[in-house]
Design a protein around this ligand. Structure first.
Ligand code: SF4
Length: 241
């Protein structure tokens, strides 16, 4: 008979007992069709251990708060069915980030990079009223607008691991999104922001970010585009073309 339960093996960390370090703890969770990993975590918190800490918000794969590293893969807990798994499910906080408690990480290193690329439209002067984009103009940004800032790509990036100052895949995808935005007036300045010592040229095209992204976005491709724009800008400055 098919198992009615699975084991949630959760990597835990208690900041009040930090010297103990991280440790694994097992919980039995009902394996019902339609139930998500996030609901399994709620089962544990409500019925087995009220001290378990994890983030969530929309429960619909939009907010990115519940990204986790599960059996070696990046997932959104609210989108992952328990019935996909049998036996033991290893659930960890996103690797590389400082851990606050259990599955809750400190995302400031990630969001500081997002802020560094000015993640908002800076309008052209002539467009200070309502600005309507055509479908073709919106298409220029592609699916970069679908980023939910879950932080998975940043966690998976080999350059981030070795250069904590590196802007990282999500911030560079965000920069791409605004460089491609027909309403934005700061393209040159944006290229300047991503062209420094810790910008696009640090990307080694490992493609980890695209594999990690639960929204199937491709920051590496966006970074390649930004590299081309940086080269064009340099050439036009040197040769006036
Ligand atoms: Fe998450 Fe993908 Fe956005 Fe990275 S690019 S923050 S993995 S949604």
């Amino acid at each position: 008979m098919m198992s009615e339960q699975v084991i949630f093996r959760i990597k835990r960390f208690d900041p009040e007992n930090a010297e103990q370090g991280s440790y694994w703890e097992d919980f039995k969770v009902d394996r019902k069709k339609g139930k998500t990993l996030l609901e399994g975590l709620f089962d544990i918190m409500e019925n087995l251990d009220g001290s378990l800490a994890f983030r969530f918000a929309c429960r619909a794969g939009i907010c990115g708060s519940d990204a986790a590293y599960v059996n070696g893969k990046y997932v959104l807990a609210c989108q992952e069915q328990i019935s996909f798994y049998t036996g033991t499910i290893k659930i960890e906080p996103l690797p590389f980030y400082p851990i606050i408690k259990d599955l809750v990480i400190d995302m400031e290193p990630f969001f500081s990079k997002i802020r560094a690329v000015n993640p908002f439209v800076i309008l052209k002067k002539s467009l200070e009223k309502e600005v309507i984009q055509s479908s073709e103009e919106k298409e220029l940004m592609g699916n970069s607008i679908d980023c939910i800032l879950c932080g998975s790509c940043y966690s998976s990036c080999v350059t981030v691991w070795t250069d904590p100052e590196y802007l990282g895949p999500a911030a560079l995808l965000k920069a791409f999104r605004f460089v491609r935005d027909s309403r934005d007036a700061m393209t040159d300045e944006r290229i300047g922001l991503i062209n420094g010592n810790h910008g696009v040229w640090r990307c080694h095209t490992a493609f980890n970010c695209g594999e990690a992204c639960p929204k199937e976005l491709n920051p590496t491709e966006a970074i390649a585009y930004l590299k081309r724009q940086a080269v064009k800008k340099r050439f036009s400055r040197l040769f006036g073309k």
